[in-house]
Ligand binder design. Structure first.
Ligand SMILES: [Zn+2]
Length: 284
């Protein structure tokens, strides 16, 4: 009724549950795989595995997919979410394949009506998109989207064009018999830039206003601790009266008076104070 935490036991249970999910807490389960900078991976493990999604390997990935499929069957996972997850897996499959074969046909992103300006921009740099390794063309499309569609930051594109030659060189020669017309038989790209933006799209609003600084939270009133202590002791019994109080200060007056009365039931002054506090709460 008065804020989230009801009593000491509730707080203890809340803190224990929070510690399990808070990064850096020793009770939080982490993956712990060795990372490139020498640390341990901090992501939570996949249920039934000791490693996270990134580090659990194909067995873990299969388990995650099986579980999602079951959830879909039981109606616990919306169909759209299932499709989105399958799409993401398909995109990951292509990118993983490109690590071994940069010339493998496929794409993860369709630029839609932006494809023509993209090709023109590439031609201006001396690159013919259809002749590029599909992996490099896909990478360039994502860069183009970042620089000109999602945002207006041409320097992203400038940096990308500086890397282009290097990436093409690393991909090596096209394998013998490589037929680019084959790319028509590959599954369509998973991600697409819509021709029309949603009016609610925040990410693609080109002329974004700078984020306003949130005002600092007001410091808690000096009596906050006392109020919390008294609330914990008496909130259950005094709830009907406390509900009638308009402010924390009014609640504090009632609680203080009750505390004094509880300490010395035969103290006439305490009794008067309690009656006055009740009166005030009733009027307020
Ligand atoms: Zn991990």
């Amino acid at each position: 009724m008065f804020g989230g935490i009801l009593n000491a036991e509730h707080r203890a249970r809340f803190e224990a549950a929070r510690a399990k999910a808070t990064i850096g807490q020793p009770s939080r389960a982490i993956c712990g795989a060795k990372t490139r900078n020498g640390g341990a991976c901090q992501h939570p493990p996949v249920t039934g595995f000791s490693r996270c999604r990134k580090h659990c390997g194909p067995k873990g990935h299969r388990a995650v997919r099986e579980r999602e499929l079951k959830a879909l069957g039981k109606g616990k996972l919306p169909f759209e979410d299932w499709v989105r997850r399958e799409d993401r897996r398909a995109a990951t499959r292509i990118t993983e394949r490109w690590k071994k074969d940069p010339w493998a046909p496929g794409a993860t992103l369709s630029l839609g009506k932006h494809e023509a300006p993209f090709c023109a921009e590439m031609a201006a740099q001396g690159w013919a998109v259809p002749d590029l390794p599909p992996s490099v063309a896909d990478w360039a499309r994502w860069k183009y989207r970042r620089a000109f569609i999602d945002r207006r930051q041409p320097d992203i594109w400038t940096r990308a064009t500086e890397q282009m030659a290097d990436r093409v060189a690393r991909a090596g020669e096209a394998p013998f018999g490589h037929d680019l017309s084959m790319s028509g038989t590959t599954p369509p790209p998973v991600y697409a830039v819509p021709d029309k933006l949603s009016p609610y799209s925040k990410r693609r609003r080109l002329d974004r206003k700078p984020v306003e600084q949130k005002p600092q939270e007001a410091p808690p009133p000096p009596f906050a601790d006392e109020l919390a202590d008294l609330m914990e002791k008496y909130a259950d019994g005094l709830e009907p009266i406390l509900l009638r109080c308009g402010s924390d200060m009014a609640r504090l007056v009632v609680l203080r008076a009750y505390d004094r009365l509880a300490a010395s039931k035969h103290d006439a002054a305490a009794y008067d104070e309690w009656r006055a506090a009740l009166q005030a709460a009733r009027v307020g």
